[in-house]
Design a protein around this ligand. Structure first.
Ligand SMILES: Cc1cc2nc3c(=O)[nH]c(=O)nc-3n(C[C@H](O)[C@H](O)[C@H](O)COP(=O)(O)OP(=O)(O)OC[C@H]3O[C@@H](n4cnc5c(N)ncnc54)[C@H](O)[C@@H]3O)c2cc1C
Ligand code: FES
Length: 259
């Protein structure tokens, strides 16, 4: 980190707290400064240099889970070397952060249904503070992977039946009171998001936004490592065109095929 100059979008920020609130799932609070937190919109992400050493070469992307004052929070699961390194960063240390990056949600008026698969729900705490969330549907492998959002009505499904209905998040769709829903936000694995899109009422597809977590390189449009298939042909860049997209702008068949 030595030698890199701080500016408003790429800076060393202090880790003010870190908590493993579920096994292998961490909440980390970063003192980013007023400018950074006030510029960020629900659905945007940051690129974190998880280690000052040579590995990993690329930064790792994380959704902004919440903003408060001059701080932001991220929630992440340790799935590989990069996230393990990040989980080992001590409170009081600094990490280098680029952002806020990408597009956020269109914060339309009316009632919202949120649908999250596993860590896909990490960005919902920020979103619910801006929209009228009527219901949150959560799906996960087990209870210790459910990211609840305090104060929001929730229905959950777990694959092992340890909490809520035994099954998939799509099994909950039939119970949604659709007359209170004007907007939908979906985030999770591609197959899960595709299955959700197939089950929601057709007239709500154009009011549905999805947040993608395609693997990334640079995070700012230079490497094309995060391309996802666009409806009608061509590709969209998850990092700069997204990560939030209208559900009907995606070619779901092609995307599921390459994932
Ligand atoms: C816009 C965006 C927002 C994200 N927000 C969050 C978040 O809020 N919380 C969170 O925990 N994770 C989030 N992710 C995923 C996170 O970036 C990856 O889990 C992380 O980069 C993995 O790094 P690693 O070095 O630990 O794992 P690696 O060693 O790189 O990979 C370990 C395993 O995880 C898989 N993996 C890695 N990246 C992804 C990915 N993007 N999607 C699916 N599988 C992946 C690999 O295929 C491999 O099996 C987000 C990704 C994107 C693109
Ligand atoms: S991650 Fe490099 S172009 Fe999107």
């Amino acid at each position: 980190m030595v030698g890199k100059k701080n500016n408003e979008v790429d800076r060393d920020v202090v880790v003010t707290s870190k908590e493993e609130f579920l096994p292998g799932v961490f909440r980390m609070c970063l003192e980013t400064g007023e400018y950074f937190s006030s510029q960020s919109k629900p659905g945007q992400f940051i690129q974190v240099e998880v280690s000052p050493g040579p590995f990993p070469v690329t930064r790792r992307p994380f959704t902004i889970s919440r903003t408060h004052g001059s701080s932001i929070e991220i929630v992440f699961e340790t799935v590989g070397r990069g996230t393990v390194l990040l989980s080992e960063v001590e409170t009081g240390s600094t990490v280098r952060v680029l952002g806020p990056l990408g597009s956020g949600y269109e914060l339309n008026t009316g009632g919202w249904l949120l649908v999250g698969g596993g860590l896909g729900a990490a960005g919902f705490p920020d979103l619910v503070s801006f929209v009228d969330c009527r219901l949150l549907l959560l799906g996960a492998s087990s209870e210790d992977r459910l990211l609840l959002v305090p104060g929001v009505p929730v229905m959950s499904a777990t694959e092992d039946g340890s909490s809520g209905r035994k099954g998939m998040v799509t099994d909950l769709i039939e119970s949604v009171p659709w007359d209170s829903v004007n907007n939908i936000a979906v985030c999770g694995p591609v197959a899960m998001m595709k299955a959700v899109i197939q089950k929601i009422p057709v007239e709500l597809i154009s009011s549905t936004q999805i947040s993608s977590e395609a693997r990334m390189g640079c995070g700012w449009g230079a490497c094309e490592g995060c391309s996802i298939p666009k409806a009608g042909g061509g590709y969209l860049k998850c990092c700069t065109d997204g990560p939030v997209f209208p559900a009907d702008s995606i070619d779901w068949e092609r995307w599921e095929g390459i994932h």
